[in-house]
Design a protein around this ligand. Structure first.
Ligand SMILES: [Zn+2]
Length: 387
């Protein structure tokens, strides 16, 4: 009979961990910028106190499109504004009246004094993702001298998402948005189970900011040979499910939870640490527990409300378990990291044994995230928008 080891309870990352209130940081300032960068389309800049002429912004992708993972999808368009604005166009009509009349008398066929749209150069154009709480700017590019722009739509993570392009007000013209368009990135395998088979660790919408790379560190003490390539491969799977990006940022001496679940001793100020330890080094690694993971959240002020976000976390793996240092089924490092990353990002366990976030590893455990896993990782990922 196999005795199947349990993966650690992700409840560690919930209220048991300290919620630290910190003063506004660069992180929250950037978040405030992002929140302020998505006003309603068609609103007019109030800075000059005058009504600005409209800008038009176009996008070349119409309708929805399904693409494969990591397809190259660059959309382009052009931003235009009335020549010189309405008043100066009227001025030119008046000053050019004599010429116009004489040209018309001479039978010229192409004279017009209507203000022709002109390209807007150096305009700030943002690719925005539709989220449950509004439009979130994912990337911003300037327009060229001819008013054109090109911006890559992220296709490195699964799901069907709705996007638009927003052209910021330029000082002589208004903010405008294109029509929304959808891009679906298909999952290249049959994901098992129900998309409802996932759980969040926190009742609130606590997430890592998905719009900046999350640094992670590795403690090499007790690390199996060839572990790093497996960790990187597992992180790639997490990225494909969540849209979050992870950056290996070096080695650390820290052992998560060695000082208890509320101790962040040795953990990064921003990011998380992966370590190996003996059960007596990190108390939760007792019995058949393979690994323990979780993250600490903090509360930041955004406008008039407060919002919690994860900022530091850890994953500690029982070094006596002799995991196979590869991706694959059963007690492999790849499986454990793919599971534990769910806890680092704020997911709990599901009772659905077909999902990788089920609490128990079995010999027939899976190598790909199921439908519930994918929905859970999406819920804590980029689909929720920037923080
Ligand atoms: Zn677990």
């Amino acid at each position: 009979m196999n005795r199947f080891p349990r993966l650690a309870s992700g409840a560690l990352a919930a209220a048991a961990l300290v919620a630290t209130v910190v003063p506004a940081t660069a992180q929250s300032a950037a978040a405030a910028d992002a929140a302020g960068a998505a006003p309603a389309a068609g609103s007019t800049s109030a800075s000059s106190g005058v009504t600005l002429p409209p800008t038009s912004v176009s996008v070349s992708l119409r309708g929805g499109r399904m693409v494969g993972l990591n397809s190259r999808l660059v959309i382009g368009g052009q931003v235009k504004a009335p020549a010189g604005g309405v008043l100066s166009a009227l001025d030119r009509m008046l000053s050019g009246a004599t010429t116009t009349v004489s040209s018309l008398l001479a039978g010229a066929s192409s004279v017009t004094e209507l203000p022709a749209p002109t390209p807007v150069s150096a305009a700030r154009v943002s690719l925005q993702l539709k989220t449950p709480t509004g439009w979130s700017s994912i990337a911003t590019v300037p327009t060229t001298a001819s008013g054109t722009y090109a911006v890559a739509v992220p296709t490195g993570f699964y799901g069907t998402h709705t996007w638009r392009v927003l052209s910021a007000a330029t000082g002589t013209s208004t903010e405008q948005a294109t029509s929304p368009f959808t891009v679906g990135v298909r999952v290249p395998y049959a994901a098992r189970g129900s998309a409802r088979s996932y759980a969040r660790l926190s009742s609130g919408d606590v997430r890592w900011n998905p719009c900046a790379p999350i640094p992670f560190y590795v403690n090499r003490a007790g690390m199996p040979k060839n572990a790093l390539p497996t960790i990187m491969a597992a992180m790639q799977k997490v990225h494909e499910a969540s849209g979050l990006t992870f950056r290996f940022s070096g080695y650390s001496n820290g052992v998560p939870f060695a000082g208890g679940n509320s101790s962040r001793s040795g953990m990064p100020n921003y990011g998380f640490t992966i370590a190996w330890a003996k059960p007596q080094q990190a108390g939760e690694l007792r019995g058949t527990v393979l690994a323990v993971s979780g993250s600490w959240s903090r509360s930041t002020q955004v406008g008039s409300s407060r919002r919690a976000e994860y900022f530091s976390g850890g994953m500690v793996i029982d070094r006596t378990e002799k995991l196979k240092s590869r991706m694959g089924k059963g007690k492999t490092l790849g499986y454990v990291v793919m599971h534990e990353m769910g806890h680092v990002l704020g997911l709990g366990h599901t009772a659905d044994a077909s999902q990788m976030m089920a609490p128990t590893v079995t010999a027939r455990s899976y190598t790909q995230y199921g439908a519930g896993d994918l929905a859970g990782f999406a819920a804590v990922g980029l689909a929720g928008g920037c923080l």
